[in-house]
Design a protein. Structure first.
Length: 540
């Protein structure tokens, strides 16, 4: 069976940025691009021909870093995004409990609050605020960044955290002057909290994945780099991999999965590799991607690791979750065993440490085409930007982070460090491979929002006037590359996807308007009209 699109404005995103009016697909591959008459001459009576009537077509989008399973499970949690007060959080959680007719004693989870959006005092909620919501349900509310969560007193009781409970490495729970826990958990201390929540079955995990993929295809996403292996407390990596492989077997994978394997312990990584897993294991539907590590936290929560203290809280420089030696050891082991490496690094110090570990591994065992990279890479300086280039490292950036971050970066780090941060245009000009993503569920994976923010350097409300660090605005072409071919490069798949070229996978998106021609401020309003994945229409 073949399938043709005709009368389109098809931006192939090939090396010459060429445009064609028609494309023919057979099975899951693109077999011909060209003029309408060329394509029609190759069609037969079984060919499904769609007249695009001048609509714009791009390669299917690639979200280079997100958390697919977390997003799916967040659909089953209270949505706290944008809440402007504790009262609003209370209202939303209580409505969730009522609407869901959830039985007493059942864990209630929420996600997405951000104290910077509070109209009153911009502080984290604590257990007493949550006790005000309910004392009959254990409640955990996770901050938008995922690096901080707050629990009520009943939850603390159930997990056994009380005055005098020991702290953990690489994180902590806050205590008051009397030593009583405040219900606020940071970084590695989150495990204490989440380990008490009942775990879903593989079937339930598959349902979460399907819900997530349905939403992604409606945004034109056909490929993701996704970090899922530790998404659900108590659920091991084998179960997540099994869930994906079963969906693949059942023909239900609607997005290509490149699994960014979060395995932060050396012994666990040894076991994982011992089972035969390594980067590239799998096929073009589900593939094992890089080892994913985290070296620091988030800027919003002031846990991103900085070389100098925070400008708005000189008592802290953030948190590193590993020592340099520990990081070197695990990075070298992964590198020696042919694992690509992607390290979450937001603060400059986190990135200095990450690059040191990568260089150390490369010195021991040189490799040309490692495609190691840093996820987020927000607070950069000139040294770090040059390091990306010198080490040929991938910068996994999130243009949609602009939405919130422009409001806090100057406060957190001051104008001097701000100037060389989020320097996406500089990265592009230097020839650094930057692959765009959303970090969903941290931010929306709507690619039109991401392109709009990357190009205008403005948030969804059009602020700040003139754009934030406007010199760092990407062109529309660069942004689209960031969401297509650059993402394919990050997964070593630029020869099979990321552009509309003969022989590549048939993944495409049809847009309601030509984003190369309209005013960039309007890009956020452009709709995805159709998504083609693996030669089939998966969204219309
Ligand atoms: Zn992430």
């Amino acid at each position: 069976m073949s399938f043709a699109l005709i009368n389109g404005k098809i931006y192939t995103m090939d090396k010459n940025f060429s445009q064609v009016e028609a494309v023919l697909m057979r099975g899951n591959k693109i077999i011909k691009t060209g003029t309408k008459s060329e394509i029609l001459s190759m069609a037969d009576e079984t060919t499904n021909i769609i007249d695009l009537k001048g609509k714009t077509v791009l390669p299917g989008f690639n979200d280079s870093h997100m958390h697919l399973v977390n997003y799916g499970s967040s659909l089953m949690q209270v949505d706290l995004i944008g809440a402007q007060s504790m009262d609003e959080i209370k209202e939303r959680v209580q409505k969730f409990i009522q609407d869901g007719a959830i039985g007493k004693g059942t864990w209630v989870r929420g996600r997405g609050w951000n104290q910077d959006y509070f109209l009153g005092e911009k502080v984290f909620p604590d257990r007493y605020d949550l006790d005000n919501i309910s004392r009959e349900y254990p409640i955990i509310l996770t901050r938008a960044c995922g690096h901080v969560a707050v629990a009520n007193s009943l939850a603390l009781e159930l997990i056994g955290i009380k005055k005098g409970s020991p702290q953990v490495d690489g994180g902590y729970f806050d205590i008051d002057q009397k030593g009583e826990p405040l219900g606020i958990f940071r970084e590695n201390a989150l495990d204490l909290l989440y380990s008490a929540v009942p775990r879903p079955t593989i079937q339930e995990i598959k349902e979460m994945m399907i819900l997530a993929m349905d939403d992604m295809t409606s945004c034109g996403i056909t490929s993701v780099g996704t970090d899922d292996l530790q998404s659900i407390p108590g659920v091991g990596y084998e179960e997540i991999i099994t869930a994906y492989l079963e969906l693949k077997q059942e023909g239900k994978l609607k997005v290509r999965i490149y699994e960014q394997c979060l395995i932060p312990e050396l012994s666990l990584l040894e076991e994982f590799i011992g089972k035969g897993y390594k980067t590239g294991w799998g096929d073009e539907l589900f593939k094992i991607g890089p080892l994913k590590l985290l070296i620091d936290g988030s800027l919003g929560a002031r846990t991103a690791a900085l070389n100098e203290p925070y400008a708005d809280d000189p008592s802290t420089s953030g948190i590193v979750t590993k020592s340099q030696d520990e990081l070197n050891e695990i990075v070298s082991f992964a590198h020696d065993n042919n694992m690509q490496i992607a390290i979450h690094g937001i603060g400059d110090k986190g990135m200095y440490m990450s690059f040191e570990a990568m260089e150390n591994a490369l010195n021991e065992k040189p490799a040309d085409d490692h495609r190691n990279g840093i996820v987020h890479c927000q607070i950069t300086d000139e040294y770090l930007l040059r390091k990306f280039k010198d080490l040929n490292a991938i910068a996994y950036i999130q243009p949609i982070f602009m939405d919130y971050d422009w409001k806090i970066v100057k406060d957190r780090i001051g104008a001097k460090r701000e100037k060389t941060s989020y320097n996406w245009k500089t990265m592009s000009d230097m020839g650094i491979n930057f692959a765009c993503g959303s970090d969903s569920p941290v931010e929306s994976f709507n690619v039109m929002y991401g392109i709009y923010e990357g190009v205008t350097r403005k948030d969804m409300e059009g602020k700040p006037e003139g754009g934030w660090l406007p010199d760092q605005a990407l062109s529309v072409k660069e942004a689209v590359q960031g969401y297509t071919i650059n993402g394919a490069f990050a997964s070593f798949e630029e020869s099979i996807k990321g552009s509309i070229e003969e022989g590549k996978m048939a993944d495409m998106v049809v847009l309601s308007q030509d984003i190369f021609k309209i005013n960039p401020t309007k890009i956020k309003d452009v709709n995805v009209d159709m998504t083609i994945f693996n030669g089939e229409i998966v969204f219309k």
